[in-house]
Design a binder for this molecule. Structure first.
Ligand code: CP
Ligand code: NVA
Length: 339
């Protein structure tokens, strides 16, 4: 039997390395089948519920389009549209929804909430982002990276810098990815943003067993030297108070991904990744306000010039949300799914 059948995906360390590799391989095959108009529908008549307690563009659309492509139906429950957490407990909501649906996607605040949902659900629960982890994003990123690698190279061979707010869901999920695949991960930020020590040590130990390493450094030059990829994310995540912007910008402005940082890599092939949404210009109401209030010139966590010169891979990352989420749903909902 497919070992991923009926499994939750709350964080990457829910899986063994070979299982994540399998999801990525299935995603590759599904992507090519869709492009060649040869997609087989494995999820006919399945019903999926999408609970969003925070806003979303990519995650919601990826789950919905993946379901449509596969013949499944979805119900979208947006922020404030259910009794969840206010009049009804997560435990009861889980027991209701798992009598009606085959799978539950949850995007919310605390990671504890999704753990409770999964504990009381009888159907697979997929994490569409909590304040601690964002596994469906990193699955897409791993596929994107793999697509750029020459034939003889694999994920464990890469050198990778994550720059900025390391304590957020992207930073923590990248730590788990490095633990599973044993790549060289450098977390580059002021020490206030470094991960909790116990979590860092646990991930580093597993990464080292897999012949990789994880370091934290405040030194940009050491952190980005020779890396294949630099990854950036917003400096204030959804759900954090906007009052934190000033402090975060003051602490992190040296760590903006810009052409100076790319020169420090000493590697003309370094690619820049971003999970999006990104503050790289003044084209959004929020971006404009923050850029103006903080006397910034060229974007916040990344400059427009660096963003646009890496836009091909960045938008590939967002397309790959669709293929990897589809692979995740198929492998957890289909008992006899084999490649
Ligand atoms: N990257 C990501 O999760 O995007 P959304 O917030 O738009 O879903
Ligand atoms: N760290 C970001 C990721 C957005 C996809 C947030 O939680 O807002």
């Amino acid at each position: 039997m497919n070992s991923l059948y009926k499994r939750n995906c709350l964080r990457l360390l829910d899986f063994q390395t070979y299982e994540v590799k399998h999801i990525i391989n299935v995603a590759r095959i599904l992507k090519s089948a869709k492009k060649n108009k040869r997609e087989i529908k494995y999820l006919k008549n399945k019903k999926i519920v999408l609970i969003f307690e925070k806003e979303s563009t990519r995650t919601r659309c990826a789950f919905e389009v993946a379901a449509f492509d596969q013949g499944a139906n979805v119900t979208y429950l947006g922020p404030g549209s259910t009794h969840l957490g206010y009049k009804e407990s997560i435990r009861d909501t889980a027991r209701v929804l798992s009598r009606m649906y085959n799978g539950i996607q949850y995007r919310g605040h605390s990671h504890h909430a999704i753990e409770t949902l999964a504990q009381y659900s009888e159907v697979p629960v997929w994490n569409g982002l909590t304040e601690r982890f964002h596994p469906t994003q990193i699955l897409a990123d791993l596929l994107t990276i793999q697509e750029t690698l020459p034939l003889r190279k694999c994920l464990s061979d890469i050198k990778f810098a994550y720059v900025g707010d390391v304590r957020n869901n992207i930073g923590y999920t990248l730590l788990e990815a490095a633990a599973l695949f044993g790549f060289d991960l450098r977390l580059v930020s002021p020490s206030q943003f470094w991960p909790k020590l116990t979590f860092f040590l646990k991930c580093r130990e597993q990464a080292q067993k897999n012949n990789g390493n994880i370091i934290c450094t405040e030194n940009i030059e050491d952190g980005v030297k020779n890396v294949d990829f630099i990854y950036s994310d917003v400096w204030i995540s959804m759900g954090e108070p906007e009052t934190k912007w000033k402090t975060h910008i003051n602490l992190l402005k040296k760590y903006q991904v810009n052409s100076k940082m790319l020169n420090l890599t000493k590697n003309s092939n370094t690619k820049v990744l971003h999970c999006l949404p990104a503050f790289h210009d003044k084209d959004t109401i929020m971006g404009k306000k923050i850029i103006k209030n903080n006397n910034l010139k060229f974007g916040i966590e990344i400059t427009n010039q660096v963003f646009e010169s890496n836009s091909k891979i960045i938008f590939e990352q967002s397309e790959n949300r669709l293929h990897t989420i589809k692979a995740l749903m198929i492998t957890s909902l289909t008992q006899n799914f084999f490649l």
